[in-house]
Write a protein that binds this ligand. Structure first.
Ligand code: ATP
Ligand code: NI
Length: 307
């Protein structure tokens, strides 16, 4: 049984437009994803594809104007808002994408120690700070005295020390130098190897490939493919979805070929396959309806042509 199971999750936002008119945009559509204990699933996809929304939906911290349908189960139990509040920060830890999550009025050392479960919180905190090259004096600083990179290292330290069962890291590496970034990635791998489940949200496919077991590819609010990391090799022959293949070929070390066009906006989604307008393999059937998620070669794909 997976530790986390997201099934047919949809999120819509209702906003008041001019006058009393309501405007609803469907930003996440029937998204399914699961993570086992001991596993790292990397979530990749362009800006606005719904990665942070998924993280916030799992933690139960979406804004009040969001309407959610579908289910999120944790350890076999469907999550309710009460249950989410109970698990948050204890069993489920978030490394937030925004660095504004720290308490501005509390010194960072003390702040990080509130999530430590071990007996000697001070020693545990100091060891992790040292690992992430945060100097001895840093624990006495307030959040406003930190650089962006330092703040991110502190957020990662908090998650590492929490010993949470599920760690959701939303873009944890921007602003980190190569050595610290490798240290952070290694820490996530270590947490998984010790039995936690890790969701790593990132733009950095290279980083994802270094430590993840599976890669989930998001496009316009849904997963178009979930593939084992091993499938990201060669010319991408083993990948299932044309978008994933295109992402792989767009990497500098491969052909560096960009994909023409752009991801559709939530209020103007195509009727059929969301990638159809940009897909070089598209046929007439592709624009008829959204392809269902299918299991193909120990992965998942939403493309009627995938084999
Ligand atoms: N409170 C909100 N009201 C309306 N729309 C929202 C709200 N929050 C997010 N959205 C929309 O939901 C979509 C997905 O946003 P999300 O933050 O999940 O993207 P992302 O994949 O995390 O992007 P990035 O890589 O830039 O972090 C975007 O189109 C965004 O504009
Ligand atoms: Ni995001």
């Amino acid at each position: 049984m997976p530790l986390l199971e997201v099934d047919h999750l949809s999120v819509a936002f209702t906003q008041y437009a001019k006058g009393f008119k309501q405007d609803t945009s469907y930003v996440m559509n029937r998204l399914s994803l699961s993570i086992d204990k001991g596993e790292i699933v990397a979530v990749v996809g362009s800006s606005g594809s719904g990665k942070s929304l998924l993280a916030h939906a799992i933690l139960g911290i979406l804004p009040a104007n969001a309407t959610v349908t579908g289910t999120i189960s944790y350890d076999g139990m469907e999550l309710s808002p009460e249950k989410q509040a109970d698990l948050r920060g204890r069993e489920i830890a978030l490394v937030p994408q925004s660095v504004t999550y720290l308490d501005p009025l509390m010194k960072v050392g003390a702040q990080v120690r509130t999530s430590v479960r071990q007996e000697d919180a001070v020693t545990a905190q100091r060891n992790v700070f040292e690992k992430f090259k945060l100097k001895a004096g840093v624990e006495k600083l307030f959040p406003f005295q930190l650089s962006g990179g330092m703040t991110r290292r502190i957020l990662v330290s908090t998650a590492v020390l929490s010993e949470a069962e599920l760690i959701i890291a939303d873009e944890p590496t921007p602003g980190l130098d190569q050595a610290v970034m490798n240290e952070a990635l290694a820490s996530f791998r270590e947490l998984a190897d010790n039995g936690s489940a890790v969701m790593l949200i990132t733009h950095d496919i290279d980083a994802a490939l270094k430590i993840a077991d599976k890669i989930a590819v998001f496009y316009a609010g849904t997963t178009v493919e979930i593939a084992p990391v091993q499938d990201f090799s060669g010319k991408g022959e083993r990948l299932r979805h044309p978008y994933t293949k295109a992402l792989w070929r767009a990497l500098p070390q491969n052909e560096f070929l960009p994909i023409p066009g752009s991801q559709p906006q939530a209020n103007a989604l195509p009727k059929g396959c969301l990638f159809e307008p940009r897909c070089s393999y598209a046929t007439e059937d592709c624009s008829k309806q959204i392809p269902v998620a299918r299991d193909v070669r120990s992965g998942m794909v939403r493309c009627i042509h995938a084999t």
